[in-house]
Ligand binder design. Sequence first.
Ligand SMILES: *Cc1c(COP(=O)(O)O)cnc(C)c1O
Length: 355
Amino acid sequence: MKKVHNFSAGPCLLPTTVYEQAAEAVQNFNGSGMSILSISHRSKEFIAVLEEAKALALSLLGLENKGYTALFLQGGASMEFMRIPYNLLAHRAGYINTGTWATKALEQATQFGEVDLIASSEDQKFTYIPKDIIVPTGLDYLHFTSNNTIYGTQFNAVPKADCPMVCDMSSDIYSREFDYDKIDVIYAGAQKNIGPAGLSVVLIKEEVLGKTSRSIPNMLNYQEHINKGSLYHTANVFAIYTSLLNFRWLHNLGGVSAIEKVNNQKAALLYKAIDDCDFINGIAKVDSRSKMNVTFDFVEEKMAPLFDALCQDTKIMNIKGHRSVGGYRASLYNALPLESVEVLVSVLQQMNSLV
Ligand SMILES: *Cc1c(COP(=O)(O)O)cnc(C)c1O
Protein backbone atom coordinates (compact mmCIF):
# COMPACT_ATOMS: atom_id res chain seq x y z
CA MET A 1 0.00 0.00 0.00
CA LYS A 2 1.33 3.44 -0.95
CA LYS A 3 2.06 5.64 2.05
CA VAL A 4 -0.82 7.94 3.00
CA HIS A 5 -0.27 11.57 4.02
CA ASN A 6 -3.12 12.35 6.39
CA PHE A 7 -3.59 16.10 6.99
CA SER A 8 -6.77 15.61 9.05
CA ALA A 9 -7.83 18.55 11.22
CA GLY A 10 -9.30 16.18 13.78
CA PRO A 11 -9.62 13.52 14.92
CA CYS A 12 -6.02 13.70 13.87
CA LEU A 13 -2.98 11.64 13.21
CA LEU A 14 -1.11 10.15 16.18
CA PRO A 15 2.45 8.77 16.13
CA THR A 16 2.77 5.30 14.57
CA THR A 17 4.30 3.89 17.75
CA VAL A 18 1.24 5.13 19.66
CA TYR A 19 -1.07 3.22 17.30
CA GLU A 20 1.07 0.10 17.72
CA GLN A 21 1.19 0.27 21.51
CA ALA A 22 -2.52 1.10 21.77
CA ALA A 23 -3.35 -1.83 19.49
CA GLU A 24 -1.21 -4.14 21.62
CA ALA A 25 -2.98 -2.95 24.77
CA VAL A 26 -6.37 -3.73 23.24
CA GLN A 27 -5.21 -7.36 23.01
CA ASN A 28 -3.02 -7.59 26.07
CA PHE A 29 -2.55 -4.62 28.37
CA ASN A 30 0.89 -4.57 30.05
CA GLY A 31 1.22 -8.32 29.73
CA SER A 32 -1.83 -8.84 31.99
CA GLY A 33 -3.65 -11.05 29.51
CA MET A 34 -6.54 -8.56 29.66
CA SER A 35 -7.61 -5.88 27.20
CA ILE A 36 -7.31 -2.19 28.18
CA LEU A 37 -10.98 -2.06 27.08
CA SER A 38 -11.97 -4.48 29.81
CA ILE A 39 -10.29 -3.38 33.01
CA SER A 40 -11.85 -1.32 35.76
CA HIS A 41 -11.26 2.42 35.80
CA ARG A 42 -10.62 1.91 39.53
CA SER A 43 -8.12 -0.95 39.12
CA LYS A 44 -4.62 -0.30 40.37
CA GLU A 45 -3.31 -0.79 36.81
CA PHE A 46 -5.49 2.00 35.47
CA ILE A 47 -4.85 4.29 38.45
CA ALA A 48 -1.15 4.08 37.56
CA VAL A 49 -1.99 5.08 33.96
CA LEU A 50 -4.15 7.96 35.13
CA GLU A 51 -1.57 9.29 37.58
CA GLU A 52 1.24 9.16 35.01
CA ALA A 53 -0.98 10.84 32.40
CA LYS A 54 -1.88 13.64 34.85
CA ALA A 55 1.76 14.17 35.77
CA LEU A 56 2.93 14.30 32.14
CA ALA A 57 -0.02 16.48 31.06
CA LEU A 58 1.31 19.13 33.47
CA SER A 59 5.06 18.60 33.34
CA LEU A 60 5.24 18.73 29.53
CA LEU A 61 3.95 22.32 29.81
CA GLY A 62 6.12 23.20 32.81
CA LEU A 63 3.05 23.37 35.07
CA GLU A 64 4.03 20.86 37.76
CA ASN A 65 4.02 22.18 41.35
CA LYS A 66 2.32 25.42 40.33
CA GLY A 67 -1.14 24.81 41.79
CA TYR A 68 -2.67 23.16 38.73
CA THR A 69 -4.73 19.98 38.63
CA ALA A 70 -5.01 17.96 35.42
CA LEU A 71 -8.54 16.70 34.77
CA PHE A 72 -9.52 14.08 32.19
CA LEU A 73 -13.19 14.62 31.41
CA GLN A 74 -15.74 13.89 28.71
CA GLY A 75 -17.92 16.02 26.48
CA GLY A 76 -15.15 17.49 24.33
CA ALA A 77 -14.10 21.11 24.25
CA SER A 78 -17.75 22.01 23.61
CA MET A 79 -18.69 20.84 27.12
CA GLU A 80 -16.07 23.20 28.55
CA PHE A 81 -17.69 26.12 26.68
CA MET A 82 -20.54 25.67 29.17
CA ARG A 83 -18.65 24.24 32.18
CA ILE A 84 -16.32 27.28 32.29
CA PRO A 85 -19.02 29.94 32.80
CA TYR A 86 -21.03 27.59 35.04
CA ASN A 87 -18.07 27.45 37.43
CA LEU A 88 -16.36 30.82 36.92
CA LEU A 89 -18.84 33.44 35.75
CA ALA A 90 -20.30 35.33 38.69
CA HIS A 91 -20.98 38.72 37.05
CA ARG A 92 -19.00 39.61 33.94
CA ALA A 93 -16.55 37.79 31.73
CA GLY A 94 -14.58 38.95 28.70
CA TYR A 95 -14.36 36.99 25.45
CA ILE A 96 -12.14 37.49 22.42
CA ASN A 97 -13.94 36.30 19.31
CA THR A 98 -11.58 34.85 16.72
CA GLY A 99 -13.85 32.35 14.98
CA THR A 100 -16.51 29.66 15.12
CA TRP A 101 -15.28 27.95 18.28
CA ALA A 102 -14.69 31.22 20.11
CA THR A 103 -18.18 32.33 19.11
CA LYS A 104 -19.69 29.13 20.48
CA ALA A 105 -17.81 29.57 23.75
CA LEU A 106 -19.03 33.16 24.03
CA GLU A 107 -22.65 32.25 23.26
CA GLN A 108 -22.69 29.63 26.02
CA ALA A 109 -21.35 32.14 28.52
CA THR A 110 -24.22 34.59 27.86
CA GLN A 111 -26.52 32.11 29.61
CA PHE A 112 -24.67 32.60 32.89
CA GLY A 113 -23.88 36.31 33.15
CA GLU A 114 -22.77 39.39 31.30
CA VAL A 115 -20.30 38.90 28.51
CA ASP A 116 -18.05 41.69 27.23
CA LEU A 117 -16.81 41.28 23.68
CA ILE A 118 -13.23 42.45 24.24
CA ALA A 119 -12.01 42.08 20.65
CA SER A 120 -13.15 40.39 17.47
CA SER A 121 -11.87 39.65 13.98
CA GLU A 122 -15.30 38.96 12.57
CA ASP A 123 -15.10 42.11 10.39
CA GLN A 124 -12.59 40.29 8.16
CA LYS A 125 -14.04 36.80 8.32
CA PHE A 126 -11.77 35.85 11.22
CA THR A 127 -8.64 35.92 9.07
CA TYR A 128 -6.51 37.68 11.69
CA ILE A 129 -5.74 37.89 15.42
CA PRO A 130 -6.76 41.26 16.93
CA LYS A 131 -3.85 43.38 18.15
CA ASP A 132 -3.38 45.83 21.02
CA ILE A 133 -6.22 44.26 22.94
CA ILE A 134 -7.30 46.38 25.88
CA VAL A 135 -8.97 44.45 28.67
CA PRO A 136 -11.08 46.35 31.22
CA THR A 137 -10.57 45.63 34.92
CA GLY A 138 -13.06 43.77 37.07
CA LEU A 139 -13.74 40.79 34.82
CA ASP A 140 -14.26 37.36 36.38
CA TYR A 141 -12.06 35.98 33.61
CA LEU A 142 -10.92 36.54 30.03
CA HIS A 143 -11.44 33.75 27.49
CA PHE A 144 -9.48 33.35 24.27
CA THR A 145 -8.84 30.64 21.69
CA SER A 146 -5.10 30.24 21.12
CA ASN A 147 -5.39 28.57 17.72
CA ASN A 148 -8.33 28.94 15.37
CA THR A 149 -8.48 25.56 13.72
CA ILE A 150 -10.97 26.51 11.01
CA TYR A 151 -9.34 29.76 9.79
CA GLY A 152 -5.70 28.95 10.46
CA THR A 153 -4.89 31.84 12.80
CA GLN A 154 -2.93 31.66 16.06
CA PHE A 155 -2.09 33.91 19.00
CA ASN A 156 1.65 34.24 19.44
CA ALA A 157 1.36 35.48 23.03
CA VAL A 158 -1.08 35.37 25.94
CA PRO A 159 -3.10 38.65 25.98
CA LYS A 160 -2.37 40.91 28.94
CA ALA A 161 -5.08 41.19 31.57
CA ASP A 162 -5.32 41.46 35.34
CA CYS A 163 -8.06 38.83 35.69
CA PRO A 164 -7.91 35.02 35.53
CA MET A 165 -7.22 33.77 32.01
CA VAL A 166 -9.06 30.91 30.33
CA CYS A 167 -7.90 29.44 27.03
CA ASP A 168 -9.29 26.93 24.56
CA MET A 169 -6.06 25.33 23.33
CA SER A 170 -7.70 22.38 21.58
CA SER A 171 -5.62 22.63 18.43
CA ASP A 172 -2.21 23.84 19.59
CA ILE A 173 -1.69 22.53 23.12
CA TYR A 174 1.63 20.62 23.39
CA SER A 175 2.72 21.99 20.00
CA ARG A 176 4.89 24.89 21.16
CA GLU A 177 6.32 26.81 24.07
CA PHE A 178 3.88 29.37 25.41
CA ASP A 179 3.34 31.21 28.69
CA TYR A 180 1.13 28.38 29.90
CA ASP A 181 1.56 29.47 33.51
CA LYS A 182 -0.08 32.82 32.75
CA ILE A 183 -3.30 30.92 31.98
CA ASP A 184 -5.46 29.73 34.88
CA VAL A 185 -7.67 27.30 32.97
CA ILE A 186 -6.33 25.58 29.84
CA TYR A 187 -8.68 23.18 28.10
CA ALA A 188 -8.63 21.06 24.98
CA GLY A 189 -10.62 18.40 23.20
CA ALA A 190 -8.08 15.57 23.02
CA GLN A 191 -8.65 14.71 19.37
CA LYS A 192 -6.47 17.45 17.86
CA ASN A 193 -3.05 17.03 19.42
CA ILE A 194 -3.42 14.69 22.41
CA GLY A 195 -5.25 11.45 21.67
CA PRO A 196 -8.52 9.89 20.52
CA ALA A 197 -11.86 11.71 20.48
CA GLY A 198 -14.15 11.46 23.49
CA LEU A 199 -11.79 12.98 26.02
CA SER A 200 -11.10 16.51 27.14
CA VAL A 201 -8.13 17.69 29.12
CA VAL A 202 -8.58 20.57 31.57
CA LEU A 203 -5.58 22.01 33.40
CA ILE A 204 -6.99 24.17 36.13
CA LYS A 205 -5.80 26.25 39.05
CA GLU A 206 -8.08 25.39 41.95
CA GLU A 207 -7.82 28.94 43.31
CA VAL A 208 -10.07 30.30 40.52
CA LEU A 209 -12.99 28.16 41.73
CA GLY A 210 -15.58 28.89 44.40
CA LYS A 211 -16.29 32.49 43.36
CA THR A 212 -19.89 31.99 42.25
CA SER A 213 -22.83 31.24 44.53
CA ARG A 214 -24.82 29.20 42.02
CA SER A 215 -25.32 25.55 42.71
CA ILE A 216 -23.51 23.39 40.17
CA PRO A 217 -24.58 19.85 39.25
CA ASN A 218 -21.79 17.39 40.05
CA MET A 219 -20.95 16.40 36.49
CA LEU A 220 -20.48 20.06 35.60
CA ASN A 221 -18.61 20.98 38.75
CA TYR A 222 -14.81 21.25 38.39
CA GLN A 223 -14.35 21.12 42.16
CA GLU A 224 -16.20 17.81 42.30
CA HIS A 225 -14.00 16.37 39.52
CA ILE A 226 -10.88 17.64 41.31
CA ASN A 227 -12.06 16.10 44.60
CA LYS A 228 -12.67 12.77 42.86
CA GLY A 229 -9.39 12.84 40.91
CA SER A 230 -11.13 12.60 37.49
CA LEU A 231 -12.93 9.46 38.69
CA TYR A 232 -16.33 10.90 39.58
CA HIS A 233 -17.71 8.37 37.11
CA THR A 234 -16.29 5.88 34.60
CA ALA A 235 -13.35 7.55 32.92
CA ASN A 236 -12.58 7.13 29.22
CA VAL A 237 -9.99 4.46 29.97
CA PHE A 238 -8.83 3.79 26.42
CA ALA A 239 -8.56 7.45 25.39
CA ILE A 240 -6.61 8.29 28.56
CA TYR A 241 -4.24 5.36 28.00
CA THR A 242 -3.67 6.33 24.36
CA SER A 243 -3.09 9.95 25.39
CA LEU A 244 -0.52 8.74 27.92
CA LEU A 245 1.28 6.88 25.12
CA ASN A 246 1.35 10.12 23.14
CA PHE A 247 2.60 12.10 26.15
CA ARG A 248 5.40 9.54 26.61
CA TRP A 249 6.28 9.83 22.91
CA LEU A 250 6.52 13.61 23.22
CA HIS A 251 8.50 13.40 26.46
CA ASN A 252 11.01 10.97 24.91
CA LEU A 253 11.38 13.25 21.91
CA GLY A 254 12.51 16.08 24.18
CA GLY A 255 9.17 17.67 25.02
CA VAL A 256 7.39 20.72 23.72
CA SER A 257 10.54 22.69 22.86
CA ALA A 258 11.78 19.83 20.65
CA ILE A 259 8.49 19.32 18.82
CA GLU A 260 8.13 23.08 18.36
CA LYS A 261 11.31 23.09 16.27
CA VAL A 262 9.89 20.41 13.98
CA ASN A 263 6.51 22.16 13.84
CA ASN A 264 8.20 25.45 12.91
CA GLN A 265 10.12 23.70 10.16
CA LYS A 266 6.96 22.10 8.73
CA ALA A 267 5.00 25.36 8.79
CA ALA A 268 7.86 27.42 7.29
CA LEU A 269 8.28 24.95 4.44
CA LEU A 270 4.59 24.97 3.53
CA TYR A 271 4.07 28.74 3.88
CA LYS A 272 7.13 29.38 1.72
CA ALA A 273 5.68 27.16 -1.01
CA ILE A 274 2.35 28.98 -0.75
CA ASP A 275 4.08 32.37 -0.97
CA ASP A 276 6.22 31.21 -3.90
CA CYS A 277 3.18 30.18 -5.95
CA ASP A 278 1.32 33.10 -7.53
CA PHE A 279 -1.70 30.91 -8.13
CA ILE A 280 -2.35 30.35 -4.40
CA ASN A 281 -3.58 32.70 -1.70
CA GLY A 282 -3.08 32.05 1.98
CA ILE A 283 -6.42 32.58 3.73
CA ALA A 284 -5.07 33.85 7.08
CA LYS A 285 -3.25 37.22 7.24
CA VAL A 286 0.52 36.68 7.21
CA ASP A 287 1.16 38.02 10.74
CA SER A 288 -1.60 35.82 12.21
CA ARG A 289 -0.72 32.54 10.51
CA SER A 290 -1.13 29.31 12.45
CA LYS A 291 1.64 26.74 12.56
CA MET A 292 -0.92 23.99 13.11
CA ASN A 293 -3.59 24.61 10.47
CA VAL A 294 -2.47 26.10 7.17
CA THR A 295 -5.40 27.44 5.12
CA PHE A 296 -5.14 28.36 1.44
CA ASP A 297 -7.16 28.72 -1.71
CA PHE A 298 -6.49 28.94 -5.43
CA VAL A 299 -6.67 32.36 -7.09
CA GLU A 300 -8.52 30.74 -9.97
CA GLU A 301 -11.05 28.05 -9.12
CA LYS A 302 -9.97 26.09 -12.22
CA MET A 303 -6.70 25.08 -10.51
CA ALA A 304 -8.55 23.08 -7.86
CA PRO A 305 -9.26 19.95 -9.96
CA LEU A 306 -5.57 19.64 -10.89
CA PHE A 307 -4.58 19.94 -7.22
CA ASP A 308 -7.21 17.39 -6.21
CA ALA A 309 -5.91 14.96 -8.83
CA LEU A 310 -2.29 15.39 -7.72
CA CYS A 311 -3.34 14.87 -4.10
CA GLN A 312 -5.05 11.67 -5.08
CA ASP A 313 -1.92 10.44 -6.92
CA THR A 314 0.34 11.19 -3.98
CA LYS A 315 -2.16 9.94 -1.34
CA ILE A 316 -2.59 13.34 0.31
CA MET A 317 -5.79 12.95 2.35
CA ASN A 318 -8.17 15.15 4.35
CA ILE A 319 -6.90 18.47 3.05
CA LYS A 320 -10.22 20.11 2.14
CA GLY A 321 -10.99 23.29 4.08
CA HIS A 322 -13.69 23.46 6.73
CA ARG A 323 -17.13 23.63 5.09
CA SER A 324 -17.68 27.15 6.47
CA VAL A 325 -14.49 28.57 4.89
CA GLY A 326 -13.91 26.45 1.78
CA GLY A 327 -10.54 26.15 0.06
CA TYR A 328 -7.96 23.89 1.64
CA ARG A 329 -6.52 23.26 5.07
CA ALA A 330 -3.39 21.29 5.86
CA SER A 331 -3.23 20.40 9.56
CA LEU A 332 0.34 19.96 10.78
CA TYR A 333 -0.19 18.58 14.28
CA ASN A 334 2.72 17.05 16.23
CA ALA A 335 2.49 13.57 14.72
CA LEU A 336 2.46 14.69 11.09
CA PRO A 337 5.90 13.84 9.69
CA LEU A 338 7.98 16.45 7.86
CA GLU A 339 7.95 14.04 4.92
CA SER A 340 4.19 14.55 4.43
CA VAL A 341 4.72 18.31 4.18
CA GLU A 342 7.53 17.72 1.66
CA VAL A 343 5.15 15.67 -0.50
CA LEU A 344 2.53 18.43 -0.37
CA VAL A 345 5.15 21.06 -1.23
CA SER A 346 6.34 18.98 -4.18
CA VAL A 347 2.76 18.90 -5.48
CA LEU A 348 2.56 22.70 -5.29
CA GLN A 349 5.96 23.03 -7.01
CA GLN A 350 4.84 20.66 -9.74
CA MET A 351 1.77 22.85 -10.32
CA ASN A 352 4.00 25.94 -10.32
CA SER A 353 6.05 24.49 -13.15
CA LEU A 354 2.87 23.88 -15.16
CA VAL A 355 1.40 27.40 -14.93
C1 LIG B 1 -12.27 21.12 17.44
C2 LIG B 1 -12.33 22.28 18.32
C3 LIG B 1 -13.35 22.45 19.27
C4 LIG B 1 -14.50 21.48 19.41
O1 LIG B 1 -14.09 20.36 20.09
P1 LIG B 1 -15.10 19.19 20.50
O2 LIG B 1 -14.21 18.31 21.30
O3 LIG B 1 -15.60 18.59 19.22
O4 LIG B 1 -16.20 19.77 21.29
C5 LIG B 1 -13.30 23.54 20.10
N1 LIG B 1 -12.33 24.46 20.00
C6 LIG B 1 -11.34 24.34 19.09
C7 LIG B 1 -10.28 25.39 19.01
C8 LIG B 1 -11.32 23.26 18.23
O5 LIG B 1 -10.33 23.14 17.33
